[in-house]
Write a protein that binds this ligand. Structure first.
Ligand code: IPE
Ligand code: IPE
Ligand code: MG
Length: 255
C-alpha cells in the first residue's frame, strides 16, 4: 500500500500519537458524537470500490469505542446512516444495510463483554430490511443491562426527522400549544435520558452537520479532523478531547 496515502490508523498528518493518559487529567466529555465520514474517498484513493471504505471503517469504529472506554466516556453516538443516505446508488445502500447487519452479528458479543449498551436512534421505516431490524433488536436486548457505556448508532437517522417525530407525538397526545415547551420537545426525542453531546467530531475535512442531532448540538463543541474515517483511531479521539479541554464554553453567558 502506498504510504503517502496513509495506512489504516495513521494520524492524519499529525506526528504525535496521544494516549488516554495525555488527556485523563482534564475534563472528560460525558457524551461524544461522531460523524464517521470519508469512507468513499478513502476507498477512491486506493482505487477500490466505495464499499471497501465502509468495510474498513469497522476497525475505526471499534477502536474509537475502545478509546472512549479507556477515557470512561459514558455516552457515544455514531452516525452510521442518515435519512438522506437513501439517495445513494441502490447497490451502495444495499451494501450498507447488509454491512450494518453483519457488523452487529460479528461485534455485539465483544461489545457486550466490554459492558457496552447498544441502542439505535432513527426511523424504523419500511426501507430498513426486516433482518436488519431483527439484528438491531437482538443487540439491544443482549446489551440492555450494560451501563459502562451507551453506544447509540444513528441509523436511518435525521435530526429534522427526530424533531418532526417528537412534535407529532406531542400533537397526538393532545398537548395544548402553551405546553409545547423545550422541555416537552426534549422529552419526546428518541433518547431523552441522554445528555446532549459535549463534543462532536466530524472526520474527512467536511465542515458541516449533515442533519445530525440538530436539537442536541445547540451548545456542543465541534471538532473537525482531516482524517478519513477508516484511518480514525483512538489517538484522534484523544486529540479531539484535548482540543475540547482547551475550549471555553459559555452557553450564551459571560465568563
Ligand atoms: C461515510 O462515508 C459513511 C456513510 C455516510 C454511510 P462516505 O460514504 O460519506 O464517504 P465520502 O464522504 O463519500 O468519502
Ligand atoms: C453524513 O455523511 C452521514 C454519515 C456519516 C452517516 P454524508 O457523507 O452523508 O454527508 P454529506 O452528504 O457529505 O453532507
Ligand atoms: Mg460523506
Amino acid at each position: 500500500m502506498d504510504n503517502d496515502q496513509g495506512s489504516a490508523g495513521d494520524t492524519g498528518g499529525r506526528d504525535e500519537i496521544l494516549t488516554a493518559a495525555d488527556v485523563a487529567d482534564g475534563p472528560i466529555p460525558a457524551h461524544v458524537a461522531c460523524v464517521m465520514d470519508g469512507n468513499g474517498r478513502w476507498a477512491a484513493r486506493r482505487g477500490l470500490p466505495r464499499t471497501e471504505g465502509h468495510a474498513a471503517g469497522e476497525a475505526a469504529l471499534l477502536d474509537a469505542v475502545e478509546g472512549a472506554l479507556e477515557l470512561g466516556i459514558p455516552w457515544i453516538t455514531m452516525y452510521a446512516f442518515s435519512t438522506e443516505n437513501w439517495r445513494r446508488p441502490p447497490d451502495e445502500v444495499r451494501y450498507l444495510m447488509g454491512f450494518n447487519e453483519s457488523l452487529l452479528m460479528r461485534r455485539r458479543d465483544e461489545l457486550n463483554d466490554k459492558g457496552v449498551r447498544i441502542r439505535f436512534a432513527g426511523r424504523r421505516d419500511w426501507r430498513v430490511p426486516k433482518r436488519v431490524l431483527k439484528r438491531m433488536d437482538e443487540s439491544i436486548e443482549l446489551t440492555e443491562g450494560n451501563r459502562r457505556c451507551t453506544l447509540t448508532m444513528a441509523f436511518n437517522y435525521g435530526g429534522r426527522a427526530e424533531i418532526v417525530d417528537a412534535v407529532q407525538a406531542l400533537v397526538s397526545e393532545g398537548v395544548k400549544p402553551d405546553k409545547v415547551t423545550e422541555k416537552a420537545i426534549r422529552s419526546h426525542l428518541y433518547f431523552p435520558d441522554q445528555p446532549d453531546p459535549d463534543l462532536v467530531i466530524r472526520t474527512s475535512g467536511e465542515h458541516r452537520v449533515s442533519n445530525f442531532l440538530l436539537w442536541q448540538l445547540a451548545y456542543s463543541e465541534l471538532v473537525f479532523d482531516e482524517v478519513l474515517w477508516p484511518d480514525f483511531r483512538r489517538t484522534h479521539l484523544f486529540a479531539a478531547v484535548r482540543d475540547f479541554q482547551r475550549r471555553q464554553r459559555r452557553y450564551g453567558g459571560v465568563t
